[in-house]
Design a binder for this molecule. Structure first.
Ligand SMILES: *[C@@H]1O[C@H](CO)[C@@H](O)[C@H](O)[C@H]1NC(C)=O
Ligand SMILES: *[C@@H]1O[C@H](CO)[C@@H](O)[C@H](O)[C@H]1NC(C)=O
Ligand SMILES: *[C@@H]1O[C@H](CO)[C@@H](O)[C@H](O)[C@H]1NC(C)=O
Ligand SMILES: *[C@@H]1O[C@H](CO)[C@@H](O)[C@H](O)[C@H]1NC(C)=O
Ligand SMILES: *[C@@H]1O[C@H](CO)[C@@H](O)[C@H](O)[C@H]1NC(C)=O
Ligand SMILES: *[C@@H]1O[C@H](CO)[C@@H](O)[C@H](O)[C@H]1NC(C)=O
Ligand SMILES: *[C@@H]1O[C@H](CO)[C@@H](O)[C@H](O)[C@H]1NC(C)=O
Length: 505
């Protein structure tokens, strides 16, 4: 790959530059700034040695290169005049206190700057400590490959408005890395309750709520989250951050850790290729607004498995630009289920293909498996397999909604994201509102929708209940279903609109 050798060259160049002018931090955790290469130097190229596994207390390791005499003073115990003198970078060695009160952001930045320079280094957040860390970016692109972020302690977010400026899209961010693993038994705690209560009262949380009509009107669907004025200070910005976001990276792994009480989305992958998430936990209250578990966007070759997700919005949300996604062995609930979309908002084009979601247990979720698109979009969703989904007291187990609209009313439009090859198989259990809701576009009916082995029984008498519903949905019933679904139209739509060029993905 051309980019690869270029990256190697760039790395060697940067290291050479460093050897000559040590006070520059090539790659560093930053707050909203970008690395800029300011000067160049015709230094001879530094040849990387084999990895050494010294302890990182800097007591040994004489410099083997003509390195400059004045090294960075922080941290003092780090022997990185001999890059790479170690592969372990413990935030405590860089001045982090881990007392849960002192702002340890700078120590994390310093530890990252050091870890970044060493291939396959380990950035350590030790157990038994609580680190208060503000918004931070663990940024490539000049970092070495295959860094491990070993998280065994707890990282907590600041809860004062001042720390967030006018609002940020994320709290902890990893960008432009190749081979990044976040693992361990640690916890990332967004302490989001100070944000949740700021959600405007009439801000609709999920369009499907419109289908859910409680029989007892006096029981509020979403009781207001109690305000805790002893927490934080000042009003939080209206833009809420994602707790942990990966952007523009290759081969990302997240495992072992827990993310809880995120301000908004818990874990997000954006423009990533090769994502693996397993043995991962999300834990937030069911009424925390917009707290998606895992959010995927413009990412491909994604595997999410063996994880427990409890949150206030979609357990897994698959957005535009995603392909080759495999999600299995997930416990979801509370939450809004597993969704593709919403897609096509504001007349945008969306492309999603080859998505498999199987072996999922959903408990007390709003939706089970769902595809949601806005009117007026273009592009397509092709090749979706929802298989072996066990639902328990789920309001709407099977949903296609091509009229998604989070306002009270949306304009009717003819164009739509085209849906085809959507397979629902072995979806069993209990529902509380409507077993099947398949609402497709008039101008762009859903094609090749198959239903196989659907067994859904009504339970409870808390909501108004409905029969299965289909609109402009074409495909096949491969087995009898419970309840019987006679609204699916067999075969292909007759007046099928030809997909325009602008709809092609
Ligand atoms: C360096 O670390 C090793 C292992 O943790 C320890 O035995 C040694 O005493 C330390 N040396 C110094 C100078 O801190
Ligand atoms: C899952 O992660 C936890 C740490 O959170 C670890 O103790 C456990 O061994 C992991 N289990 C598997 C099967 O990897
Ligand atoms: C309706 O809900 C209220 C509050 O939860 C409860 O006190 C009341 O008994 C309920 N009424 C019925 C008919 O279930
Ligand atoms: C409010 O927050 C404080 C500080 O975290 C906590 O000690 C207290 O229990 C909270 N009160 C309520 C009602 O949640
Ligand atoms: C990602 O990992 C795969 C499998 O280990 C490897 O073949 C591929 O080269 C890696 N991608 C990059 C960009 O390093
Ligand atoms: C679909 O995605 C799976 C991974 O979920 C992958 O193994 C498979 O090769 C993909 N199929 C195509 C046709 O790309
Ligand atoms: C949009 O279409 C729906 C269904 O065909 C119809 O009931 C509704 O009145 C239309 N709304 C507008 C604003 O035209």
């Amino acid at each position: 790959m051309g980019g690869f050798s270029f990256r190697n060259f760039t790395f060697m160049f940067i290291v050479a530059f460093l050897v000559w002018s040590s006070n520059v931090e090539t790659c560093y955790a930053r707050r909203g700034r970008h690395w800029r290469q300011t000067t160049t130097s015709s230094a001879s190229l530094y040849k990387k040695k084999g990895k050494s596994h010294h302890h990182n207390n800097g007591s040994k390791s004489k410099p083997k290169h003509s390195s400059p005499p004045s090294m960075p003073t922080n941290p003092p115990r780090k022997g990185y005049d001999d890059v790479p003198s170690s592969t372990i970078f413990d935030v405590r060695s860089f001045g982090a206190t881990g007392d849960g009160k002192t702002d340890d952001t700078k120590a994390f930045q310093a530890a990252w700057a050091a870890a970044c320079k060493v291939e396959a280094s380990t950035f350590v957040v030790p157990s038994q400590y609580v680190f208060l860390v503000g918004p931070i970016s663990f940024s490539g692109p000049y970092c070495q490959h295959n860094i491990v972020f070993q998280l065994d302690g707890t990282i907590i977010a600041p809860v004062d408005a001042k720390s967030w400026g006018s609002g940020l899209m994320q709290w902890l961010e990893f960008t432009k890395l190749v081979g990044i693993t976040v693992k361990g038994s640690g916890v990332i705690d967004g302490r989001g309750s100070v944000w949740w209560q700021d959600t405007p009262y009439d801000d609709p949380l999920d369009d499907e709520l419109k289908l859910i009509i409680p029989l007892n009107k006096t029981s509020l669907r979403y009781p207001p989250i109690p305000l805790n004025s002893s927490l934080g200070g000042g009003k939080m910005p209206s833009i809420k951050p994602t707790a942990l976001r990966f952007y523009g990276s290759f081969n990302v792994t997240v495992t072992g850790i827990t993310i809880q009480n995120s301000q908004q989305c818990h874990l997000k992958f954006d423009n990533c290729i090769g994502v693996t998430v397993y043995n991962f936990t999300v834990s937030s209250p069911g009424d925390s607004p917009n707290t998606d578990g895992i959010h995927l966007q413009n990412s491909k070759d994604v595997l999410i498995r063996s994880s427990n997700i409890a949150c206030g919005d979609d357990c897994v949300s698959i957005q535009t630009g995603c392909t080759n996604v495999y999600v299995h062995n997930i416990n979801c609930g509370p939450g809004h289920g597993i969704s593709i979309g919403s897609l096509g908002k504001d007349n945008t084009k969306a492309c999603v293909s080859n998505i498999t979601v199987k072996d999922v247990v959903m408990q007390n979720t709003m939706n089970g498996v769902r595809i949601k698109t806005w009117q007026g979009g273009s592009g397509s969703v092709q090749g979706v397999f929802f298989s072996n989904i066990q639902v328990s007291e789920v309001q709407l187990p099977i949903v296609i909604d091509q009229f998604y609209c989070d306002k009270s009313k949306c304009k009717n439009q003819t164009s739509a994201v085209a849906l085809s090859g959507i397979n629902f198989e072995r979806i069993r259990g209990t529902y509380t509102v409507k077993p099947v809701h398949l609402a497709c576009s008039d101008s762009m009916p859903c094609q090749d929708v198959t239903l196989t082995d659907i067994q859904l029984k009504p339970i409870q008498e808390r909501y108004h209940m409905y029969d299965p519903y289909c609109w402009q949905t074409f495909g096949e019933l491969y087995t009898p279903t419970l309840p019987p679904i006679d609204c699916l139209q067999v075969g292909k739509p007759s007046s099928n609109r030809i997909q325009g060029d602008h709809d092609q993905c």
